[in-house]
Design a binder for this molecule. Structure first.
Ligand SMILES: NC(=O)c1ccc[n+]([C@@H]2O[C@H](COP(=O)([O-])OP(=O)(O)OC[C@H]3O[C@@H](n4cnc5c(N)ncnc54)[C@H](OP(=O)(O)O)[C@@H]3O)[C@@H](O)[C@H]2O)c1
Length: 250
């Protein structure tokens, strides 16, 4: 079952492959009339570790914004449709290949997989910007999720990925909202962000903007717990103004 605050349809009724394809199809079909401004000076190379609901949906938006996106899976042969939707610059392969390729890494695996993934990819992601959207759910991820929630994910995730420039973002929004709300008319939907590294924060914030949302900086990684699952503000929907007010930040 989706633990990440699904809005609308229950995905229990669909096969995962069909849902991801539908999600990606919906992403692209909702966007054809938009002029997606490419605002970075040069396209970034982005490695997606875990190309499921959230990794797939966000990765397609980044590819549409002009970045080079490498979707990875332990079974990359299943990612053909995703790559097609993402366009000609997208690549697919194994997690180590994506980790090597990316100057920015989007970590979108189940939380219980993070310690092993962190260990396996460590040498390939040193010094890189790692955007982590994982949510620890004790019912899905076991005792390590209890520990992570106690520490707060900003602290817990940093322990799994030593030597990277970690950013917490995209955890407090469902993939359905990513698909339906990206680049919406009027004030954009906002996404809370926490980071210790200023440059990593700048890069992640720009990527959030380019995916069609407004970043709201909540504070250093220690404050990521304020939008962890189980926190009062987890999943809060709103504009940047509304989220800044809710988190009490400028
Ligand atoms: N779904 C949402 O709306 C949403 C929103 C915000 C945050 N999140 C969080 O983001 C994370 C991913 O969620 P999701 O819904 O996208 O999950 P998902 O659809 O199951 O995708 C996760 C991907 O991670 C890969 N993976 C699983 N175990 C792995 C392992 N041991 N090593 C390497 N890769 C592994 C799988 O790829 P392969 O099996 O193909 O290798 C899978 O496609 C979770 O922590 C979730 O709580 C989800």
């Amino acid at each position: 079952m989706n633990k990440d605050k699904p809005t609308g349809v229950s995905r229990r009724h669909f096969s995962k492959g069909a849902l991801i394809t539908a999600a990606v199809a919906a992403t692209t079909s909702l966007l054809p009339n938009l002029t997606i401004a490419k605002t970075t000076d040069k396209p970034l190379r982005i490695g997606i570790i875990g190309s499921g609901y959230i990794g797939g949906s966000v990765g397609v938006l980044w590819a549409q914004a002009g970045h080079q996106v490498f979707f990875s899976s332990r079974h990359p042969e299943k990612l053909g449709d995703l790559a097609k939707k993402a366009g000609p610059t997208a690549k697919v392969g194994y997690p180590k290949e994506a980790a090597k390729f990316g100057e920015v890494i989007f970590m979108a695996v189940p939380y219980h997989a993070m310690p092993k993934v962190g260990e396996d990819l460590s040498s390939l992601i040193q010094g890189k910007v790692v955007i982590d959207c994982g949510n620890p759910y004790p019912s899905r991820d076991g005792d390590m999720a209890v520990e992570a929630l106690k520490k707060g994910t900003g602290i817990a995730s940093a322990e799994f990925f030593p030597g990277v420039r970690l950013v917490r973002a995209y955890n407090s929004i469902s993939y359905q909202s990513i698909i339906t709300q990206a680049h919406r008319e009027g004030e954009l939907m906002a996404i809370p962000v926490a980071a210790d590294d200023d440059d990593a924060l700048k890069i992640a914030s720009k990527l959030i903007q380019e995916s069609g949302f407004d970043p709201v900086f909540v504070g250093p990684l220690a404050r990521a717990r304020e939008f962890d699952n189980r926190s009062a503000l987890y999943g809060k929907k709103g504009t940047a103004r509304e989220l800044r007010e809710a988190f009490g930040v400028d």
